[in-house]
Design a protein around this ligand. Structure first.
Ligand code: AMP
Ligand code: ZN
Length: 501
């Protein structure tokens, strides 16, 4: 086995692959921009957290002590990222005639349920923006004298006071193009509010006193403050969806430079983080991803239609995180089938391993560390596949190649079966697809008219009828099941006896 390859990550700040060298030896400190909890997340949003999870798992798996923070934005995110519009939470609370706190609580729980269903590991901390208001005010006080100015509508950051503003976004913001300059009196089109003062005569549900009047923090300020407080500047990696590369993250970077008294961005650590990583979008041509489109693409919709949530995770892993991924129901179905095959393959290898050595009670799965795995696998063919798998993940998290290597392991013949089983199972861990019992993959669509127990009973009756050569009865049972949306799969190579159509 060769030495582990150097982990390389694509740093959006420099638009290039760079070797990952932790700031604190042996550690990895990662901040991920969390959801704005004004509505259910759509599955596109969840792609951002699947990506961050694969990054975190890869870092842990390759021996780094990971500290991962994901925030919850419960205040400050306006309906337009460029400082225009209303606060998303205030707007939803008004529409639903509920308190903002209730809205935030409800959608935070819904988000966490999706995180769990997608086997995304919990971060070290869910940092909630409204818990950090005092810290935000302190941060703003520190940078205000040199970098900010006050207008009636709030405290604004003057982007000309830091070097290399907008480098992360490249051309889009350099000239202030594409920005909405809605606020009168701004010095530069790209200047942004770090504190929004409540207009005279109005009250907001969420507002706090500050030196710049009663009001609420700007969205960009939140992430600067929570990242710096919980991970310390500079930390290693900051992640988010690619839309954040254009406005939110350039603004965070400008604030961080101001706070740290740092110069230009040729030294990436001046931005507050050494690497900035962004996942590309999940796109959906049917228009169901928009949260304003009524029934939109939530994870629960997939589950209601009978897809296991990990099928969606598999779909994400099949594409590189920096490529756009198009959603389709057929694609989701194919991802589910692929996942089922893997789970079945691992199960077959595992039971063959037990049959060969029944006295082995509990294999010591080296789940969460690659070095343990490398020690456990001494068969040269399999060891070469370990190298190939590790190299794929080290190559900017190339999960699509990693998946094919896992399948190669399952297809490899004439190797010790116990090593094959251990290896395939261990490779599921960094991908976040740890094997489930295969029964878990059957999910009842919401509109199913038959329970699993009834199906199992009908299949047992059918088997008995066939044993008695009563084929009329066996066919009748099959037709009855078909009418209830259950397809009987005689002779399925993977041993799935039925599926819900
Ligand atoms: P938000 O709740 O709007 O702040 O978004 C949460 C995360 O989802 C952010 O990292 C966004 O960049 C990301 N995101 C939004 N839409 C998509 C999409 N269609 N595909 C992938 N990521 C997305
Ligand atoms: Zn953020």
């Amino acid at each position: 086995m060769t030495d582990a390859p150097q982990l390389k990550l694509f740093n959006s700040l420099n638009r290039q692959l760079e070797p990952f060298v932790p700031i604190h030896e042996g550690e990895a400190r990662v901040y991920t921009c969390g959801p704005t909890v004004y509505n259910y997340p759509h599955i596109g949003n969840m792609r951002a957290y699947v990506f961050a999870d694969v990054l975190g798992r890869t870092l842990s798996w390759t021996g780094h002590k990971l500290t991962h923070i994901i925030n919850i934005t419960d205040v400050g995110h306006l309906t337009d990222d460029a400082d225009a519009g209303e606060d998303k939470l205030e707007k939803m609370a008004a529409t639903q005639k509920q308190s903002i706190w209730d809205i935030a609580e409800h959608y935070t729980q819904a988000f966490k349920a999706d995180v769990k269903a997608l086997n995304i590991r919990e971060p070290a901390e869910w940092s909630v923006a409204t818990d950090y208001i005092d810290a935000m005010i302190d941060f703003a006080k520190q940078i205000a004298p040199e970098h900010c100015y006050q207008l009636e509508s709030g405290l604004y950051f003057d982007v000309s006071t830091v070097e290399d503003y907008g480098r992360l976004a490249r051309a889009v913001t350099e000239e202030g193009e594409g920005r909405i300059d809605t606020v009168e009196g701004k010095r530069n089109a790209a200047d942004f509010a770090i504190w929004r003062t409540t207009p005279a005569g109005e009250t907001r549900q969420m507002e706090w006193d500050s030196p710049w009047g009663r009001g609420a923090p700007g969205w960009h300020l939140e992430c600067s403050v929570m990242g710096g407080k919980l991970l310390g500047f500079p930390f290693d990696i900051h992640t988010g969806g690619i839309d954040h590369r254009e406005i939110h993250h350039p603004n965070e970077i400008a604030q961080n430079q101001a706070y740290c008294g740092c110069g230009g961005l040729d030294d990436a650590t001046h931005s507050g983080a050494r690497y900035w990583m962004h996942n590309n979008f999940l796109v959906d041509r049917t228009g169901k991803m928009s949260k304003s489109s009524g029934e939109f693409l939530r994870l629960q919709l997939l589950i209601d239609k009978g897809y296991h949530p990990l099928a969606y995770r598999m779909m994400c892993l099949q594409a590189h995180y920096r490529s756009e991924l198009e959603f389709s129901w057929d694609g989701l179905g194919a991802a589910l089938t692929r996942l089922k095959r893997m789970v079945m393959g691992i199960r077959q290898a595992t039971s063959a391993a037990y049959n060969q050595a029944p006295n082995v009670t509990a294999p010591n799965w080296p789940d969460d560390r690659v070095d343990a795995l490398r020690e456990a696998i001494d068969n040269p063919k399999l060891a070469a596949l370990v190298d190939k798998f590790v190299a794929a993940l080290a190559d900017d998290l190339n999960t699509s190649v990693a998946l094919t290597v896992l399948e190669e392991v399952l297809a490899t013949k004439k190797v010790p079966i116990d090593q094959k089983a251990i290896l395939a199972r261990a490779m599921m861990w960094p991908l976040g697809l740890e094997p489930l019992p295969r029964e878990d993959f059957r999910i009842r669509p919401k509109d199913a008219v038959i329970t699993e127990d009834e199906i199992e009973q009908a299949l047992a009756d059918r088997k008995a009828a066939r044993a008695e050569k009563d084929f009329a009865k066996s066919d009748a049972i099959r037709d009855d099941l078909a009418a209830k949306g259950v397809e009987v799969m005689d002779g399925d190579p993977l041993g799935w006896e039925w599926k819900l159509g």
